[in-house]
Design a protein around this ligand. Structure first.
Ligand code: AMP
Length: 299
């Protein structure tokens, strides 16, 4: 089945202790869309400026990402720049230039409105809500978010939580949203705000799922070399949604395995700048890592 992904489509400038790269294809929707495309056909909704490279449009198309919902607007593409500390975990945002995002209103082509699986990747919650308003009875809606929206758009975020099935967020965001340090309690508290399930991402330490059945702990794939972790969270969410859309049977039964696939795609993402390593990965390579991860965690 199809997955609809809305989020940011960006050009990123990234500084690591070793290297600096500018104008890399990025954004939450881009990372998530490439990740999901390994498992299911993807429809992307977003906006780019006139400066957006044609080669990036071709890369989406190569991965059969449907771009009917991608607007090309006068002005500059959203630009984000960030810098990593030596440990490659702590990240500082250096600049966020909204460009065409400043006036963006997501418009869904009629053919997108009945997409069964919807990933509201990180973007202002008001825009995520606007997309939901245009959907006709989706089967599964999962949202991602970030600390910025907890700080400046809490009323919209709370409204959104009442309308989604699942929420994906990282550990510091979960603690902030739930006002609770213990992540297991935090996840349960967030579920009381609306979503049936909550997934807390812990970077290289994996992710925790909380739903009515209890908890599931997904490991991260052990990587000895991280080149650029930007977009790993989006790749996790995209890979997970793509897998769910392609899987048979009840969503609840498939969620743990979907998280494992999300972790695997995220591991590829970290091995190159921007979307380079993700877009070079193959389904066979993903399966190889999935088998390795199963062997590493079986006891
Ligand atoms: P992640 O590393 O998973 O947190 O995602 C990083 C991606 O999020 C980058 O490619 C950025 O372009 C994008 N991003 C950064 N800040 C924002 C923002 N305020 N809204 C939407 N996307 C953003």
């Amino acid at each position: 089945m199809n997955v609809l992904i809305v989020g940011s489509t960006a050009l990123d400038s990234i500084k690591t202790p070793k290297t600096q790269k500018t104008r890399l294809l990025g954004g939450s929707a881009s990372h998530a869309a490439f990740a999901a495309s390994f498992f299911s056909p993807v429809r992307m909704v977003g906006v780019v400026g006139e400066d957006f490279p044609k080669s990036s449009l071709r890369l989406y198309q190569k991965h059969r990402i449907d771009l009917q919902g991608l607007q090309i607007a006068p002005g500059k593409t959203f630009h984000w720049s960030g810098e990593y500390e030596v440990n490659m975990n702590n990240r500082r945002t250096l600049a966020t230039e909204l460009g065409v995002f400043e006036t963006f209103t997501p418009r869904l082509p009629p053919s997108f409105q009945d997409t069964p699986f919807v990933l509201l990747a990180n973007i202002a919650p008001a825009l995520q809500l606007h997309v939901l308003d245009q959907m006709r009875r989706p089967r599964l809606v999962v949202a991602d978010t970030m600390d910025l929206w907890l700080n400046i758009a809490m009323p919209d975020l709370l409204k959104l939580l009442r309308r989604v099935d699942g929420l994906v967020l990282n550990e510091s965001e979960a603690r902030q949203l739930a006002r609770e340090d213990n992540l297991f309690r935090a996840a349960k508290k967030i579920r009381r705000l609306g979503p049936d399930f909550v997934i807390i991402k812990k970077g290289e330490h994996g992710a925790i799922l909380s739903n009515r059945r209890g908890f599931f702990l997904s490991p991260a794939f052990p990587l000895e070399k991280v080149v650029d972790p930007t977009g790993a969270g989006d790749s996790f969410a995209g890979g997970m949604m793509g897998f769910l859309a392609g899987a048979k049977g009840p969503i609840e039964d498939n969620l743990p395995r979907a998280m494992i696939y999300g972790s695997i795609v995220a591991s590829f993402c970290c091995e190159g700048f921007g979307v380079t390593a993700t877009t070079r990965a193959t389904r066979a390579g993903i399966e190889k890592r999935r088998r390795a991860l199963e062997a590493l965690t079986r006891f």
